[in-house]
Write a protein that binds this ligand. Structure first.
Ligand code: SF4
Length: 944
């Protein structure tokens, strides 16, 4: 048996692991043969986990004799995850071996949603889809091709494909996830996410349950605990006593929607007690812009600004915030002082949680970053950096120019500041006949189940006059795939190539996901041309799918598509996946060619060997970097603002920066033009001219906005439903193909405080009817003091269902249901779901399926939520105002009733809250703001 490497003082990395030089033949004894010592020889192939957004490194153990993947563990050389995985990482093995997975392309053989399918060849599917896309391109219907992605798991590959087609078709899941938090951060610094340096922090403030479910969960959790072990204290703002809150020094169970007020009260204490970092603020805030815009009567000095700042927030006394939030003023003061004393060592994060739940949730993230900006903990050791400093996205070969079309069904004029596509509104826009879609891809996405008001999604997906063709790219059946025209089996994490890089810590790395069996075969000297040759059944990887589809869209090159898929090494021939990454790694990853050369490897061989490359071990204070002379050529420095700008118009035909001003590479601070941040001023924008100019002057500063759930009153019968929290062992909509994860987590109770339970008249396990504005669901009560009174909560993972006893959504965790509707009109219908069979054992090639002992499939609560897009960020505001009743004799666990004509009315209600474009210059949205797949600058202007 091979001995693992042992490291003394591993510095946060694993202390024992199989050393990379032995990954070609790693020997372990077979556990099931014990007490005999039977050797197993493994090839260890590094890849990257696909079970959440963290992209932790993995090592797949491939048996050399059987070519079976026997287990999956952490990759010890990965700088983000450092050898560790959470429970969802090793469960990847279940997903590969899942007897319910789809192995061959399917085409519907009856009406959409009828459940009748036939196996077809990949050629049939590819030719059909390619011809429809080619037709849309030929006839300039480039806004009718849409790719709707849930978990991307990659950085830029699909964007390049869409750009090569010249369509404006990128559609993400982000406005059910993080749009609001992104807007809050982007207004301050351009960058739309924080990258806290938890390991070195002196104080950490978390809004959400980061230790078990935070963004970049396992890598962040490791470092939060490291910081705590080194003496840092932690505060957690969460109405629920999560595992994270239970480990915190301060648990602040704020009333949902009041978080911004509490944060502003902390800001006031930091200001009043002069705990702020004045030199940092003087140099890096756009305080002078604020003074000119909002205090023109005052001399624009920093001293006057400080006075004005104190006046702006004078009303946010701890007592006022406490009265709104229901936490003590004393605790608010204590936490504020901890933040102030931590100074540059203050780390903070708000991802989904409060930002995702509330109208104006973007102001929560903005008010949280206000504390970083006040304490000067921006980009510092132990502080909070902008995300892009800790992330690296390599360019592929040949970049197609930006598309010259603007898709109004994804980026409607009503939401000029939405951070991502208004994907949640697609069914309503289709019903309104704003536009139709010719080809609609869903990819690792299940909007029927994941989005609010899923029945409206079913109505749109079922109507061929709204969606001409729907291809679901998915490894497993889902509630959405059921309503597709093609279901195309795509590789799971260890069956595909991707690159990605995330802000897991202060440092930069590039991960390389690879198809494990393909790489193992190649290491054994057996060449593989296409990944599907090594994958099970006829499972493709998407990279090769997109190349092949693009080639068929434009076989002779006349549409201008084919050129982007020709090999950079063999002119005129189709690029291979090896060549795609070979070029990227040889040319566009700093330091990689040198590291590879040092080991006598090519850059691609290096990435195949390690699955990752570290680009920078630490990154701090990038904003202070001087802008290189070459980038300043042709710029002049504005004497008032210090901004170095180039004259002229935004260029057409060339990409404009993904974020930040297209013509201002830096700002002069202390006589040097420095990089600064990615805002229009290149400074931290306390005052946002963008908000003022685009119709929201009253929200130009960090502010507390009243949430749509503010008026609930349990005594009057209304409660806040918090449906957003995650369990650490489930994966949104993607864990029901893992038997281990379902065996661990298979209960779906409604958290309810004893006071509320008594008022409603329910006890533990009793049925509760939760009534929303469009319908109701029936769930079981869990009476607990772990949630604040007036708030009820159910995790967002469970409630999977299927319509056929034998197949559909994986049987490890789905209920067999009756789905019916009545009173159908053009605006909707009354829909019902009733569970007929709970989870139960089933026969399959996996013997464990006959041993399933759990029964609860959960309740699909999202179906009963009206869509509530925040008028600024476009984020669906997840929290619901609900009424609660004890379940009656006609109610059954899992019942759902929804009227989609009511949800259509509520869509219009929220639409009326928007302040549509055009903005300044007749534009659709600010040029500087991030937009995935940013189109040509000329498309930003709304035609006269
Ligand atoms: S945190 Fe867990 S699920 Fe997420 S990438 Fe890491 S191992 Fe996978």
């Amino acid at each position: 048996m091979t001995e693992p490497t042992k490291l003394e003082g591993a510095g946060g990395r694993m202390a024992q692991y199989p050393p990379p030089e032995r990954w070609d033949d790693w020997v372990e004894y077979e556990g099931s043969a014990w007490p005999k010592k039977v050797e197993r020889h493994y090839i260890l192939v590094p890849t990257v986990c696909f079970n959440c957004e963290s992209a932790c490194g993995q090592l797949a153990y491939v048996d050399r004799d059987t070519l079976e993947i026997r287990k999956i563990e952490g990759n010890p050389v990965h700088p983000g995850s450092r050898g560790r995985n959470c429970a969802k990482g090793p469960a990847t093995l279940n997903q590969i071996q899942d007897p319910e997975r789809i192995l061959y392309p399917q085409r519907r053989a009856g009406e959409r949603g009828s459940g009748r399918w036939e196996r077809v060849s990949w050629d049939t599917a590819l030719d059909d889809i390619a011809e429809r896309i080619a037709d849309a391109i030929r006839n300039e219907r480039r806004d009718e091709v849409v790719y709707h992605v849930g978990r991307p798991g990659e950085d830029g590959y699909a964007d390049r494909v869409l750009r090569a087609w010249g369509v404006d078709g990128h559609n993400s899941h982000t406005n059910i996830c993080s749009s609001s938090a992104r807007v809050g951060y982007a207004l301050w610094m351009g960058h739309d996410r924080p990258s806290p340096d938890y390991a070195n922090a002196r104080f950490t403030l978390l809004i959400s349950s980061h230790l078990e479910t935070g963004h970049y969960f396992n890598p962040h959790a490791q470092r939060i605990i490291e910081g705590k072990l080194a003496g840092a204290k932690i505060a957690v703002m969460d109405p629920r006593l999560s595992n994270t809150a239970s480990r915190a020094d301060y648990w602040m169970p704020t009333k949902p929607g009041t978080e911004a007020a509490v944060l502003l009260a902390m800001a006031k204490i930091i200001l009043d007690e002069e705990l702020y970092d004045a030199p940092f603020m003087r140099r890096w805030w756009n305080w002078d812009e604020y003074m000119r815009a909002q205090r023109p009567q005052d001399e624009p000095t920093f001293e006057n600004f400080l006075l004005a700042l104190k006046q702006e927030y004078a009303q946010y006394t701890p007592e006022y915030a406490a009265s709104l939030a229901g936490v003590s003023a004393d605790m608010i003061v204590k936490v504020a002082r901890e933040v102030g004393r931590a100074g540059s060592g203050f780390a903070a994060h708000n991802w989904r949680a409060a930002a995702a739940g509330n109208l104006g949730g973007w102001q929560v993230a903005r008010c949280l970053f206000f504390l970083n900006a006040l304490t000067g903990s921006v980009g510092t050791k132990g502080g909070t950096s902008p995300n892009w400093w800790d992330k690296f996205v390599p360019q592929p070969f040949l970049a197609p120019p930006p598309q010259k079309v603007w898709n109004e069904i994804l980026w409607p004029r009503e939401y000029p500041l939405a951070h991502h596509e208004m994907s949640i509104l697609l069914p309503y826009f289709l019903k309104e006949r704003r536009q139709k879609l010719s080809v609609y891809f869903t990819r690792v996405y299940n909007p029927v189940w994941t989005n609010p008001d899923g029945f409206s999604w079913i109505e749109a997906l079922s109507d061929e006059s709204m969606i001409g063709l729907h291809a679901a790219l998915t490894p497993t059946w889902s509630e959405t795939a059921w309503f597709a025209d093609y279901v195309l089996p795509m590789g799971l994490g260890p069956e595909r190539h991707d690159t990605h890089s995330y802000e897991t810590h202060s440092g930069k790395w590039l991960g390389f996901r690879q198809p494990v069996l393909r790489v193992a075969l190649e290491r054994m000297g057996k060449p593989v041309q296409y990944t599907y040759e090594a994958n099970p059944g006829e499972v493709w990887e998407e990279d090769e799918f997109w190349i092949e589809l693009s080639w068929r869209i434009d076989p002779d090159g006349s549409l201008g598509v084919r050129q982007w898929f020709e090999s950079p090494y063999r002119p005129g021939e189709k690029v291979t996946i090896d060549e795609y990454y070979q070029y990227m790694f040889e040319h566009n990853v700093p330091g990689l060619p040198e590291k590879a050369q040092a080991e006598d490897l090519t850059p691609l061989e290096y990435m195949r060997k390690y699955g990752v490359v570290e680009i920078a071990p630490t990154v701090y204070e990038v904003h202070e970097n001087p802008v290189p002379e070459s980038a300043l050529e042709g710029t002049t420095v504005d004497p008032v603002t210090g901004l170095a700008t180039k004259p002229g118009e935004p260029p057409s035909g060339k990409p404009i920066p993904l974020i930040g001003p297209w013509n201002a590479p830096g700002v002069e601070i202390d006589g040097v033009v420095r990089e600064g941040f990615l805002t229009p001023s290149r400074k931290l924008e306390f005052y946002s001219p963008t908000m003022a100019e685009w119709g929201w002057p009253e929200q130009a500063l960090p502010n507390y906005m009243e949430s749509h759930v503010a008026s609930t009153d349990p005594k009057g019968g209304t409660y806040i439903l918090m449906p957003t929290f995650r369990l650490p062992t489930l994966i949104h909509t993607r864990s029901n193909n893992s038997k281990w994860l379902n065996e661990i987590s298979h209960r779906h109770p409604l958290w309810i405080h004893p006071e509320d339970a008594e008022r409603v008249g329910v006890r533990d396990e009793d049925l509760v009817k939760v009534i929303t504005r469009i319908g109701h669901f029936v769930i079981r009560a869990w009476v607990t003091e772990g949630i604040r009174p007036g708030v009820v909560a159910a995790s967002h993972h469970m409630g999977r269902w299927r319509l056929d006893r034998g197949f559909g959504t994986d049987r490890w965790s789905s209920a067999l249901v009756d789905l019916t509707y009545e009173n159908a009109s053009t605006e909707g219908a009354t829909w019902r779901i009733r569970q007929k069979e709970h989870v139960q054992p089933f026969e399959s090639k996996d013997k464990d399926s006959s041993r399933v002992w759990w029964t609860d499939a959960g309740v699909h609560q999202n179906l009963t939520f009206p869509t509530q897009p925040d008028p600024v960020s476009g984020m669906h505001c997840w929290h619901q105002v609900v009424r609660l009743e004890a379940g009656g004799p006609d109610d059954q666990y899992g019942d759902i009733v929804v009227d989609t004509s009511k949800s259509f009315e509520i869509y219009k209600e929220w639409l009326a809250m928007t302040r549509p474009a055009p903005g300044p210059g007749g534009l659709r949205r600010p040029l500087w703001m991030f937009r995935p797949l940013k189109p040509d600058a000329s498309t930003y202007k709304i035609p006269d």
